[in-house]
Ligand binder design. Structure first.
Ligand code: BGC
Length: 410
């Protein structure tokens, strides 16, 4: 074997509640999907019906050789109205956690993955001063019911996602906030566009302060809960590179999009690195994909080496253990997925050889799923899902990654 990993290394794959569960009708994203003229190309609908099929899905992941499954709690199911907690829904997640343990899979729970209850988004959402407190109360309640079964937790997913999109694509989200469909979505939950702030739209300074404060409060709440749980934040960490003359701009982007968030993780147990590609900057801003470089279904450059750079950066900045909580590719050519994974893993192995404490690699995603505004078109999954029958088909990439996991290398 040319590339080897320590026997304790975790081999994971991930999903997020709204992208796979189906029928998440009480959150802000459902409201946006269903507004007249919505920029979402379709509704999440039944998604992958993972809410009912999690047992088979988790068993399949274990059979394939995975040892970690990252999934998220849907806050809007657990607290559909402010202060009203559903024991039945908490029990559902307890069963999911127990299923992971039964199959020898370590569950990694994300407490917030982009979607929020309508009531939260309607009253200022991720720019409101009292949101961190409300989020901490949810974490506390969830930990009281589930904590003994949660060994690894991520507080919030990619709190720097909005600012990253703004830096790369300009005011795309800002102009959506001014569109009639956004106002319609806000009105459908009894709010208006100025007070309706879903996570993906919280790209202001106020948004950054709110999400980082929410992270800190959540770490405290999770740590104080039942069980012994390691907690971290996950960040969108593209490899920010300088094109010709772009050194200063790239350094500024690293400061604004990465460093301020990495500093906010001080005292955590690990940092969750989520990398898909590189991003080049020139003196005036983003340069976009380089001519001649292969593109993925997301129009990202096929650049698996970005992961190694992101791990090195996160580790150098924080000194904390790293877990790769997302890395993957949207493609309908599974041979390119295999090539992407193997090249990315070579980078992880190089980091390990240099003594960097990387604890695990999590591929995004377990299943082809609901890719937010783009609906079901991009296919990131290791497992295909028939949109009419919900039938699962294991792709060769799933078998390949599973066998690498079993062999601790390739
Ligand atoms: C998000 C996922 C998303 C993936 C692929 C990450 O930014 O956490 O929810 O599906 O990227 O775009």
């Amino acid at each position: 074997m040319e590339i080897t990993f320590p026997p304790t290394f975790l081999w994971g794959t991930a999903t997020a509640a709204h992208q796979v569960e189906g029928g998440n009708v009480y959150n802000d994203t459902w409201a946006m999907e269903h507004a007249t003229g919505s920029a979402f190309v379709e509704s999440s609908g039944d998604a992958c019906d993972h809410y009912h099929r999690y047992r088979e899905d988790i068993a399949l992941l274990a059979d394939l050789g995975f040892t970690l499954y990252r999934f998220s709690l849907e806050w809007s199911r657990i607290e559909p109205e402010e202060g009203e907690f559903s024991l039945a829904q908490l029990d559902h997640y307890r069963r999911m956690l127990a299923t992971c343990h039964e199959h020898g899979i370590i569950p990694m729970v994300t407490f917030h993955h982009f979607t929020s209850p309508c009531w939260l988004a309607a009253s200022g959402g991720w720019e409101a001063q009292d949101t961190p407190e409300k989020f901490a109360r949810f974490c506390e309640r969830a930990m009281a019911h589930l904590g003994d079964l949660i060994p690894l937790a991520c507080t919030l997913n990619e709190v720097n996602g909005g600012p990253l999109i703004k830096a790369i694509a300009g005011e795309i989200m800002g102009s959506m906030r001014k569109a009639p469909w956004f106002e319609a979505a806000a009105r459908s939950v009894g709010s208006d566009a100025s007070r309706f702030v879903p996570m993906m739209f919280a790209d202001s300074e106020r948004g950054r302060e709110t999400t980082l404060a929410a992270h800190r409060r959540a770490v405290e709440a999770i740590k104080a809960g039942r069980g012994k749980c390691e907690v971290g934040l996950t960040l969108a960490m593209q490899d920010i590179q300088a094109g010709p003359g772009g050194e200063e701009m790239a350094a500024q982007m690293r400061r604004e999009l990465l460093d301020v968030y990495l500093e906010g993780t001080r005292g955590d147990d690990f940092i969750g690195v989520q990398t898909y590609s590189r991003q080049r900057f020139g003196p005036a801003g983003p340069l976009g994909p380089e001519e001649g470089v292969e593109r993925t279904q997301m129009d990202y450059e096929f650049w698996p080496e970005a992961l190694e750079a992101a791990i090195r950066y996160a580790s150098a900045m924080t000194g904390m253990p790293v877990i790769v909580t997302e890395n993957g590719i949207a493609t309908d050519d599974d041979t390119r997925r295999i090539a992407y994974i193997e090249r990315a893993l070579r980078g992880v192995a190089a980091c390990l050889r240099d003594g960097i404490d990387v604890r695990g690699y999590t591929y995004w995603s377990a299943l082809d799923n609901f890719e937010w505004l783009l609906g079901y078109r991009p296919t990131f999954g290791l497992i295909a899902v028939n949109r009419h029958t919900q039938e699962r088909t294991v792709k060769p990439s799933a078998r390949r990654l599973g066998s690498i996991a079993r062999a601790h290398g390739f």
